[in-house]
Design a binder for this molecule. Structure first.
Ligand SMILES: Nc1ncnc2c1ncn2[C@@H]1O[C@H](COP(=O)(O)OP(=O)(O)OP(=O)(O)O)[C@@H](O)[C@H]1O
Ligand SMILES: O=P(O)(O)OC[C@H]1O[C@H](OP(=O)(O)OP(=O)(O)O)[C@H](O)[C@@H]1O
Ligand SMILES: [Mg+2]
Length: 322
C-alpha cells in the first residue's frame, strides 16, 4: 500500500503560510522525529505521508513523480518543469507567496521602457561593445522563452544563485530577471521593471504530479485532503447571508443575478433565506434583500462549505486518468 505523499516547504517564505493553510483546512501536520526529520504525517489521515523539502526541490519531485502533491510557487513549476501541463496538474491556488517574475534594467537606461526597447538595445549593445549584454537570473528557462517571444536573441544568461539584483552594480550583468513582491529590492538597487516585462505572476499552489504512482490508497488520501481543502476554499470565498424577505422566490431570483445561492433546501420559515454569497458581492446582496422587504440582513463568516460534488477531485481524476 503506497500512501499519498505531500511535499511541503520545510524552510523559506512559503513554510509558515503552508502550515497555516493546512491548519485552516483542519489538517494537522506532525513531524514526529523533530524538525530535522524530513518525513511527517497528518493527524488522523493514515493514508497520507508528508515530505519536508525546499520549494525548488518540490517542483522537481513533482515532475519526477516521487511525490503526489506538493506546495510550491508557480514560478518554480514553470522554471523547473519542461512541459508542466504534461507532468503536473495545478490543483488550486493558495492565496499566499505572491510575487512577479520580472525583467528589470538599470533606471539609468532612460530610453528603455519596454521589451521592444530592450530588443533595440540588444543589437546596439552588440555592435557597440562587441559582445552580447548579460542577463543575471536563476530563471534561465523562463528567460529564454520570454526573450524568444519578444524576438530578442542577442543576449547571454549569467546564472545567479542569489543577490541577483546586485549584478548590474557589481558589473557582472547588464540587467536581471528575478522575482519581486514589494519592489523594494529593485528600488534599492536602482532597477526598474519594463512596462511589459512581467513574465509570470506567481503565487503558491497546491500541485499534483501526473507521473506519481496513484495507488488506491494514494487516491483515497487525496480525496480526504481535497474535501477539506475545497470546503475551506468555498468558505473563504463566500459569506452566509441571512434575511427575512417578503417573497422568498422573488428574492432568490434577484440575488441569483449577483451569484448568491441557497445552498440547502428551504428553511422552515417561509420568509427566511440562508444564502451563500460571493464575498465581494455581500453589500450588493444586502441591498437587494432590503429591496425585497428585509428589515435586517446579517452576514456570517464560514469555516467550511462541503458540497457533494468536489470539483477539485473531479479535475484531478481527469488529469491522472488521462
Ligand atoms: N518576495 C519573494 N521573493 C522570493 N520568493 C518569493 C517571494 N514571495 C514569494 N516567493 C516564493 O517563494 C519561493 C522561494 O522560496 P525560498 O527562497 O524559500 O525557497 P528556494 O529558494 O526554492 O529554496 P532553495 O533555494 O534553498 O532551494 C519563490 O520561488 C516564490 O515562489
Ligand atoms: O520585491 P521584494 O519584496 O524586495 O522581494 C524580492 C526579493 O526577495 C527575494 O530574495 P530573498 O530575500 O528570498 O533571498 P534569496 O535570494 O536568498 O531567496 C527575491 O530573490 C528578491 O531578491
Ligand atoms: Mg530562495
Amino acid at each position: 500500500m503506497s500512501k499519498l505523499i505531500i511535499a511541503i516547504p520545510s524552510k523559506g517564505r512559503l513554510q509558515d503560510n503552508t502550515n497555516e493553510f493546512f491548519a485552516r483546512a483542519g489538517l494537522k501536520v506532525t513531524q514526529p522525529g523533530g524538525a530535522r526529520n524530513y518525513r511527517g504525517a497528518i493527524k488522523g489521515l493514515d493514508s497520507v505521508e508528508i515530505a519536508f523539502l525546499s520549494a525548488s526541490e518540490i517542483a522537481r519531485e513533482l515532475s519526477e513523480g516521487s511525490v503526489h502533491f506538493g506546495i510550491t510557487g508557480l514560478d518554480l513549476v514553470h522554471e523547473s518543469i519542461a512541459e508542466p501541463e504534461q507532468s503536473v496538474h495545478v490543483v488550486s491556488e493558495l492565496g499566499f507567496g505572491s510575487a512577479d517574475v520580472v525583467v528589470a534594467v538599470p533606471k539609468a537606461w532612460i530610453d528603455v521602457e519596454t521589451m521592444a526597447d530592450l530588443g533595440d538595445v540588444a543589437s546596439d549593445f552588440r555592435s557597440r561593445h562587441g559582445r552580447r549584454f548579460r542577463v543575471a537570473t536563476k530563471y534561465v528557462n523562463l528567460t529564454r522563452i520570454f526573450f524568444a517571444e519578444h524576438g530578442i536573441a542577442d543576449y547571454r544568461i549569467v546564472e545567479s544563485a542569489g543577490a541577483t539584483e546586485g549584478a548590474p552594480a557589481a558589473g557582472s550583468a547588464e540587467l536581471i530577471v528575478d522575482i519581486t513582491t514589494t519592489g523594494s529590492t529593485l528600488q534599492a538597487n536602482n532597477l526598474k521593471v519594463l512596462s511589459d516585462g512581467v513574465m509570470l505572476k506567481s503565487q503558491a499552489h497546491l500541485v499534483a504530479s501526473r507521473n506519481a504512482d496513484w495507488s488506491p490508497t494514494a487516491l483515497a488520501g487525496a480525496k480526504a485532503v481535497l474535501d477539506r481543502v475545497a470546503a475551506e476554499e468555498h468558505a473563504r470565498g463566500a459569506k452566509l447571508v441571512k434575511a427575512s424577505v417578503r417573497d422568498r422566490t422573488s428574492a432568490l431570483r434577484a440575488v441569483s443575478r449577483i451569484g448568491a445561492i441557497q445552498p440547502y433546501s428551504a428553511t422552515p420559515d417561509s420568509h427566511l433565506l440562508h444564502l451563500l454569497c460571493p464575498k465581494e458581492a455581500v453589500a450588493e446582496c444586502a441591498r437587494v434583500l432590503i429591496e425585497e422587504g428585509a428589515e435586517t440582513v446579517t452576514v456570517e463568516t464560514l469555516d467550511y462549505v462541503f458540497f457533494k460534488e468536489n470539483r477539485l477531485v473531479k479535475a484531478l481524476m481527469d488529469k491522472i486518468a488521462a
